[in-house]
Design a protein around this ligand. Sequence first.
Ligand code: TXA
Ligand code: MG
Length: 330
Amino acid sequence: METKTILVDKDVNKEETYSQAVEMLKNGEIVAFPTETVYGLGAVATDTEAVDKIFKAKGRPADNPLIVHVDSKETALKYVSNVTQKAEKCMDAFWPGALTLILKAKPDLFADNVTAGLETVGIRVPSHPVALNLLRQLKMPLAAPSANTSGKPSPTLAEHVYHDMNGKIPLVLDGGATAIGIESTVLDMTCEPPCILRPGNVTKEQLEEVIGVVRLSTDIQGNAPKSPGMKYMHYAPEAPVYLIEEDVRLIEMAIDHVHNEGKKVAVLSHHEFPSADFDFPLSAATLYGSLRKCDMIDVNIILAAVSADKQKDVAILNRLEKAADHKWFS
Ligand code: TXA
Ligand code: MG
């Protein structure tokens, strides 16, 4: 299959841009599109066969449910039930935006593979104008996980999507770099207090200002992860990633140590490390791009600098812990 890319970056409102994508989606094809977090790989959420193509193209385990994207709160309410006051407050405060709410799905509306057989669904209204225009023209809910091969960093550029999906999907809408760069916060509204299953750009503090106490799923000891996707290793480049405390002297020592073993090292950090073979800036917007670049350079080891303060940059730390499989450099 040939993969076509349509550039929408400077022509966000052009009608023809969307008509092709809408036609393909209605015909059961899958299409990649930008959101404000990362690129998504979309299929009409009521079409089992189309949704199955997403799992195949990504190599995604079937027990990992997809997020459904809709154009408004009003549309969302047609598909979910048992919506609490707190859930509505979250919709009003954070939609459109990078917050996915886990709510009870109305029965028999979504294809079974969207929810991986669960009674709940993850749903959000994206704020990216291309995603919103697409949803408004499609007039159907769009199931869309991140548009990367399973286990690889999520795509923040159309090029990343093309790299992973070339030959597997017919169309990528290129809206340029995504603004946030990491996936949405996933908040489970089916429990009390509501629970963050995946940290993201919308923080625990911001949520608590709107709905009061919220738990972080890592606070719950001994429980299996409730968000099925969180048990899989993610975002991993080829070379091993090690976490290291953001301490300039410590990192310099680590670089020397790796060099003494005759190996090459890349450092991801807020600081610059000219003594490393490669150094990349570290922020939500640059994280996945940097991890992908690590696969294009000749490097044996990647050091990811994290703050000793675990309350800082929770979402970035969460992604780096996965990339490193929780290994610390010592
Ligand atoms: O920012 C984002 O959320 C991006 C863009 C494209 O919207 N999407 C995204 O989707 O990151 P995905 O499929 O890569 O991640 C979805 C996460 C997974 O960890 C999945 O397990 C969880 O949401 N999830 C989905 N439905 C769920 C449900 N019913 N209950 C618990 N977790 C759910
Ligand atoms: Mg993903």
